[in-house]
Design a protein around this ligand. Structure first.
Ligand code: AVI
Length: 329
């Protein structure tokens, strides 16, 4: 680990770096169904495009989640309890965190974790000035891997992890369960997880959310190839790939792909990757859950669903899960 001083902010840096990025891209592009990990969407431009997606009318998730949070924030804070150590996975621009930080007055510390170092540093500086009393301990890491968490100065009564936006839906089911198990271990017996979970709904709404009329989601998807070209010296021709997103009802997920518009080859290091016309790279899955499905997965990972808040249409849920393991006497 290397630590970088940025004024008074210490960044705990476990960013996996370029070699790891290259290895994951190469391995994904050599699979029978080519794929790329969606965590690599979020370079500087990708993070900005995601912010633009979040402002779109068609992309219902952020506004629905925010309205549930605002409606039930007092209940939520009551359930979380006093002197919480709050750890956020994939903090991004922390847009959703402010409401929690505003209401959780006696936080022991706040630990935002994100893979995007620049955004993390920028957001942390802003938080340090907005909440001068709060200890903010940023961690730059791929949160699906192992890394050490910083130790806050103040003791806490409980560790609560926060995982909003239904990013849990971007994991394949086995990985989602493993990730929840990892979180259960981090928060320990009695600790909790406040999580945003997108729910199954009519297909038209889902289709529009991932095929917006302004083409922002398409640009977000294609930006992944631009990033790979720039950072890994690859030669994808962006004009020969097309964004394609659809709801797969059998799997209960939106799939995002980049479809090759012709037979072509792409080169990365000394490897040639052939594409036939119509072949795709799967870039993201976004699973949609029923409340029962999610409860079962949470239980398999060691969590009990303590409370579920939803909007009137039952499009989205915010859930508080408690590590169901008993405290050892
Ligand atoms: C971050 N994640 C929950 C988003 C989703 O809806 O799966 C990412 C996204 N992909 C396309 N639009 C938004």
């Amino acid at each position: 680990m290397n630590s970088k001083e940025s004024r008074e902010i210490q960044l705990h840096d476990f960013n996996p770096g370029r070699d790891y990025f290259r290895a994951e891209v190469l391995s994904g592009l050599q699979k029978p169904q080519k794929e790329l990990p969606c965590k690599y969407f979020y370079d500087k431009r990708g993070s900005l495009l995601y912010e633009r997606i979040c402002a779109l009318d068609e992309y219902y998730i952020p506004r629905t989640e925010a309205s549930i949070m605002k409606t039930y924030i007092e209940e939520i804070v009551e359930l979380l309890g006093p002197r919480v150590l709050l750890i956020e996975y994939g903090s991004g621009n922390c847009a959703k965190t402010h409401i929690l930080l505003d209401y959780l007055h006696d936080l022991a510390a706040y630990v935002p974790i994100d893979i995007s170092r620049e955004q993390l540093l920028c957001v942390t500086k802003q938080l340090a000035s907005d909440y001068p009393e709060l200890e903010v301990l940023p961690v730059c890491a791929d949160y699906t891997s192992d890394f050490e968490l910083p130790v806050p100065k103040q003791p806490s009564d409980r560790i609560v992890t926060y995982f909003p936006a239904s990013t849990i839906g971007n994991f394949e089911p086995m990985s989602a369960k493993r990730f929840l198990e990892r979180i259960a271990a981090v928060c320990g017996p009695g600790g909790g997880l406040l999580i945003g979970v997108d729910l199954k709904k009519n297909v038209t709404t889902l289709h529009c959310a991932y095929n917006d009329s302004l083409g922002v989601t398409a640009a977000f998807n294609l930006n992944l190839l631009e990033r790979i070209n720039r950072e890994l010296d690859c030669d994808f021709q962006l004009e020969w790939f097309e964004h394609y997103a659809f709801y797969n009802p059998w799997e209960g997920r939106i799939e995002m792909h980049l479809v090759s518009l012709k037979d072509q080859t792409v080169h990365l290091d000394k490897v040639t990757i052939p594409f036939v016309q119509g072949e795709s790279i799967r870039t993201e899955s976004s699973y949609k859950f029923s409340l029962d499905e999610f409860e079962q997965m949470a239980a398999a990972a060691g969590f009990r669903v303590e409370h579920v808040w939803t909007d009137e249409q039952q499009w989205f849920s915010i859930q508080y899960l408690v590590n169901a393991q008993r405290t050892s006497a």
